[in-house]
Design a protein around this ligand. Structure first.
Ligand SMILES: [Zn+2]
Ligand SMILES: [Zn+2]
Ligand SMILES: [Zn+2]
Length: 147
C-alpha cells in the first residue's frame, strides 16, 4: 500500500470519529474516495468505483453523511445530484454551511467546490423562507484551459 493512501485512510477515520460515527468499511471507503478526488461525485459514479458495496448500503451511507454534515449535495445542471465533502463548519448540530459557489467545467463536466467564493445573502420577499441556495457557475476549468 503506498504511503499517501494510508494517510488518506487515517484522515477518513478521524473525520468519522469526529462526527461520532461508527466505523464501517463502507463509510471509510466513501470518505476515502471523496478525500482523494477534488471533484464532486454522483452516486452512480461511486457505485462504479466502490464495487464491494451494494447500492442500498451506499445510499444509506450517503444519507447518513448528509445528515451528519460530512457531505453536501450539489445540483448539476444535467439533473444529476453530486456529493462533495463539507468543511469542518458543518455538523449535525449546526445546519450545513456550504454557502459557496460550485463550478462546472463545460469540457470535462467536473464540478468542484469553490470555497473562496461565497453566496451573497439572499433577501427574499416578505412571507418567503430561505432554506438553501445552489449556485452553479459554468466555464472552463484550469486543467482543461491548459490543453
Ligand atoms: Zn455541509
Ligand atoms: Zn475541465
Ligand atoms: Zn461544495
Amino acid at each position: 500500500m503506498p504511503h499517501h493512501h494510508r494517510t488518506t485512510q487515517q484522515t477518513a477515520i478521524q473525520l468519522l470519529q469526529r462526527r461520532q460515527l461508527r466505523l464501517t468499511a463502507c463509510r471509510i471507503s466513501v470518505v476515502h474516495n471523496l478525500l482523494e478526488q477534488k471533484n464532486a461525485i454522483s452516486q452512480p459514479e461511486l457505485e462504479n468505483e466502490l464495487q464491494d458495496f451494494d447500492r442500498v448500503t451506499l445510499y444509506r451511507t450517503l444519507h447518513t453523511f448528509l445528515e451528519k454534515g460530512i457531505i453536501h449535495q450539489i445540483y448539476d445542471d444535467s439533473g444529476v445530484i453530486k456529493y462533495a465533502l463539507c468543511t469542518e463548519h458543518c455538523d449535525h448540530d449546526h445546519l450545513h454551511q456550504d454557502e459557496h459557489v460550485h463550478f462546472k467545467c463545460m469540457l470535462c463536466k467536473q464540478i468542484t467546490c469553490v470555497d473562496s467564493v461565497s453566496i451573497p445573502t439572499i433577501q427574499l420577499p416578505q412571507g418567503y423562507t430561505f432554506v438553501d441556495a445552489n449556485f452553479l457557475v459554468r466555464g472552463i476549468c484550469s486543467g482543461c484551459q491548459k490543453k
